[in-house]
Design a protein around this ligand. Structure first.
Ligand SMILES: NC(=O)c1ccc[n+]([C@@H]2O[C@H](COP(=O)([O-])OP(=O)(O)OC[C@H]3O[C@@H](n4cnc5c(N)ncnc54)[C@H](OP(=O)(O)O)[C@@H]3O)[C@@H](O)[C@H]2O)c1
Length: 163
């Protein structure tokens, strides 16, 4: 099945200049814990934003229109339809990890969203797509204040699609 994992600011911002806007140590830890051992699916730009290339101990899938592009340790895809065919079925969670283009393309096929809501608004150049929250149920919600390691307050909110 397809799950989205994303950190979204109060104004929908998710990125600027091909980087994340905030540093939340506990969010990075949660990301690692949830995705390790699984498939992670990302756009070409998000891959290029990773400081050390493919993330270890995960199967890295990258979407690009460029059929000649090959990134080390990655499985390359050239269409959303092929990703849906290969990753939508089954109980195993396959995580879409960004960015804006990938969230927009794969939100209609997602059954879960691991959302980190960052309780602040930011100037950005990439935003999460509009979504209809009526189609989603909150499975769990955990609030965290800002701290030395987390520069903004945030909440972990797990959403499941209402069938
Ligand atoms: N807050 C978060 O949780 C989070 C998570 C991840 C990323 N981000 C941020 O998001 C930003 C990047 O997002 P983005 O929207 O600019 O880029 P992106 O979604 O990471 O990648 C876009 C690229 O994916 C490929 N692509 C997209 N749709 C395709 C399709 N239908 N068929 C084939 N290829 C397709 C294209 O690559 P080609 O141009 O090579 O064809 C396109 O340029 C960065 O700022 C990053 O830091 C935020």
């Amino acid at each position: 099945m397809i799950a989205l994992i994303v950190a979204i600011a109060e104004n929908g911002a998710i990125g600027k200049n091909n980087t994340l806007i905030w540093h939340l140590s506990d969010d990075l830890k949660r990301f690692k814990k949830l995705t390790t051992g699984h498939t992670i699916i990302m756009g070409r730009k998000t891959f290029e934003s990773l400081p050390n290339g493919a993330l270890p101990n995960r199967s890295n899938v990258v979407l690009t229109h460029n059929k000649n592009l090959n990134f080390p340790e990655c499985k390359m895809y050239n269409s959303v339809a092929e990703i849906v065919t290969d990753f939508k079925e089954g109980e195993e969670e396959n995580f879409v990890i960004g960015g804006g283009h990938l969230y927009r393309a794969l939100l209609p096929f997602a059954e879960k969203i691991y959302l980190t809501r960052v309780h602040h608004s930011f100037e950005a150049d990439v935003y999460f797509p509009e979504m209809d929250f009526k189609q989603w149920k909150i499975e769990s919600e955990e609030k965290h204040p800002c701290s030395e390691k987390n520069e903004f307050a945030f909440s972990f909110i797990n959403l499941v699609r209402i069938k």
